[in-house]
Design a protein. Structure first.
Lengths: 328, 326
């Protein structure tokens, strides 16, 4: 097993809480517990997906790793070094290794810069000589399937899929070790999605990149990820190798989530049994005391309302946070 | 034979000289759920707005007829259309929160169409609204009816939209991507609700979506749109089993499925959807189509390829063998 090797990224008991004004005049301030004790590793060259529905904290987790959200408590270590302990200069240097691709390529690119300038910018910030920068821009443009002769085009002259290729090229410019991809294909049309997924797959295989792939789309995640962490209301409720998670999901939320995805097969759809969950996501301002899923859980027991379960191994490569499934 | 709930023939919509909808034919039978599928820019939402008589700005209806249970729709008359909307045809949209009035209680909004059409006074409209909220699965409907949309979740707001669309028992409900903005577990609830309401009320539904999983799960019949035209139309099983248009065939091949091999390259359609002012002459898919030939410079008609199965392609017979899944 690879447990003794330092992972590329290690997140330990991460909490991100945001203060918000209370409801009503004069009400006291309350706290949104967007991420409330999340731990996972990303190994070099692997794809870890974080899945969950809106408000589960998956993007907040990604943003905390990127330094875009303040961290309330917990540790984020990159190659064994605690990111909170880095000096400004060390932190800046780390941006070479850690990059990001967001959902919407339109807002991720400066409309007044050519795509060549946008791709070149991180290299300029890292003080790469101008001649080398030009060569590298051409190189990464080819890598992502853009013709380097398009470098003087502006984002509005490109299609959505091409713009996302530009964003990916910019993320690759400095040969990162990890790219955080936050819903990278969700804004794209179906016929374009597969082009970008194929590109990410190929880049990862060719360059040995690790991806932290944040998505709500389980079919996409199944295709791309080595392991999957399922988040609900600020917590990881299950983490497993991809095939294991799809073959034998253990957490009742994971089971409901997997059963809810409609498949492009009318006959299978007619026979499908969807586990319909009652109600909606509880407010992250006032989450349940015990298990975060207790209010909607079809198999809850008395202790689920009072005691918070932890992630426990249930079979090789699979951990679940559930008193009923894995409680001792 | 019973009259179809909705019959669209030869619909055309223009922006300046460009035909953004170019000869669309759709039939929805009573109690049927017809899915209208396409990517952004294919014209599916414009088709819906045309039916409702809600084209605005530079868009204008440039031809074709639309009949609702045999009644031709008079899009030229605002008053005539207003009598139909919310009464005989209703529409729900992708963004439920943006579609609701933030300053009006949801009960008042659900009952509004009854009052507006003189079908009920405020008091009885309120009690019917509460009943309707219960029918769409909103817990504690008496309490919820008094609340504002901002006090409800997105999934609840979409239930409120559905309640207000269906309270007058319309013949036709047009649903434009009603679950796209919702989470998948909430989407499952809404799809289940639409199935149940169709069983109970017999309302016909024109369901607009880009999600082929949702199509497979909900639709009886499917119309596939590309470039402002219907390129294929068939019953749902037939469409997924035997697609007769290359675009449909390729679209089905691009989606990762729960049983497809992981980490293998997915099939992808070359190129991108051209803008509406840049569509190729003849078949509009030909610039991205591996089967395209000289014949495709002529626009292929939407014609029967098998019983109940229409496609607009000169090379339908080659579609089955076009993708090698080796």
């Amino acid at each position: 097993m690879a447990e003794d090797i330092t992972p590329l990224l290690r997140v330990t008991d991460l909490k991100v809480h945001f203060p918000v004004a209370g409801e009503g005049f004069g009400a006291s301030k309350s706290v949104v517990k967007a991420v409330d004790g999340v731990s996972f590793d990303v190994r070099a060259g692997e794809t870890l997906a974080i899945v969950g529905e809106s408000g589960c904290g998956k993007s907040t987790t990604g943003n905390a790793i990127l330094g875009l959200n303040p961290v309330t408590s917990g540790r984020i270590e990159f190659e064994g070094r605690d990111m909170a302990s880095l000096t400004r200069a060390e932190r800046a240097a780390q941006w070479r290794d850690l990059q990001v691709v967001f959902q919407d390529p339109v807002s991720a690119l400066n409309p007044k810069r050519t795509i060549g300038q946008s791709i070149e910018e991180p290299l300029a910030i890292q003080r790469v000589p101008a001649a080398d920068r030009r060569a590298r821009v051409a190189e990464v443009m080819s890598l992502v399937g853009l013709n380097p002769s398009q470098r003087d085009r502006f984002p509005n002259e490109l299609s959505g899929g091409q713009r996302q290729r530009v964003v990916i090229a910019r993320a690759l410019a400095y040969q990162p070790k990890l790219i955080v991809c936050d819903e990278p294909v969700s804004a794209l049309d179906v016929s374009i999605q597969s082009q970008i997924l194929n590109l990410l797959l190929k880049l990862q295989q060719d360059l040995g990149l690790a991806l932290l792939f944040i998505s709500h789309d389980l079919s996409v995640v199944r295709h791309l990820a080595d392991r999957i962490a399922v988040m609900y209301l600020g917590h990881v409720v299950e983490i497993a190798e991809t095939q294991t998670l799809f073959d034998s999901p253990e957490h009742p939320y994971t089971q409901a989530l997997l059963s809810a995805v409609p498949q492009p097969d009318p006959r299978a759809e007619r026979n499908r049994r969807t586990i319909l969950l009652e109600g909606d996501l509880p407010s992250p301002i006032d989450p349940p005391k015990g298990c975060p899923f207790v209010t909607r859980c079809p198999i809850r027991e008395a202790r689920c309302a009072t005691d918070r379960p932890r992630l426990e191994p249930i079979r090789p490569g699979q951990q679940v946070s559930c008193w009923v499934r894995a409680g001792a | 034979m019973t009259e179809p709930t909705l019959q669209i023939s030869g619909l055309q919509v223009q922006v300046g000289p460009h035909k953004v909808i170019d000869g669309v034919d759709i039939t929805v039978q009573p109690g049927q759920i017809v899915a209208l599928v396409g990517e952004s820019g294919s014209g599916k939402s414009l088709t819906a707005l045309s039916i409702m008589g809600l084209l605005g700005g530079k868009l204008r209806n440039a031809g074709g007829t639309i009949t609702l249970s045999g009644t031709p729709l008079e899009h030229t008359s605002d008053a005539a259309m207003r009598r139909l909307r919310g009464q005989r045809i209703s529409m729900i949209f992708q963004e439920p929160v943006a579609s609701l009035n933030p300053l009006l209680s949801v009960g008042a909004q659900v009952g509004e169409s009854l009052v507006a059409h003189g079908k009920a006074d405020a008091g009885s409209a309120w009690s019917r609204a509460v009943q309707m909220l219960r029918d769409v699965g909103i817990p504690e409907p008496e309490k919820r009816a008094r609340q504002l949309p901002s006090q409800l979740s997105g999934g609840m707001c979409q239930r409120v939209m559905i309640a207000s669309a269906l309270i007058a028992r319309p013949e036709l409900l047009i649903a434009d991507e009603p679950t796209t903005a919702l989470d998948v577990t909430i989407q499952a609830q809404i799809l289940e609700l639409m199935r149940r309401l169709r069983e109970q009320t017999g309302t016909s539904i024109l369901f607009i979506t880009h999600d082929l999983g949702v199509v497979a799960s909900l639709a009886d019949r499917v119309c596939v749109m590309y470039g402002g035209r219907i390129v294929e139309q068939a019953d749902v099983d037939d469409l997924f089993d035997n697609p007769a248009h290359p675009y449909t065939r390729m679209l089905l091949a691009t989606i990762p499925r729960v049983d497809s091999p992981r980490k293998q390259p997915l099939f992808s359609i070359p190129g991108t959807v051209p803008d509406h002012d840049d569509w190729p002459q003849g078949c509009r898919f030909r610039t991205r189509c591996p089967l395209a030939g000289d014949a495709c410079l002529q626009t292929p008609p939407l014609e029967p390829k098998a019983a109940g199965h229409l496609a607009a392609c000169w090379h339908s017979d080659k579609v089955a063998g076009m993708i090698d899944h080796g």
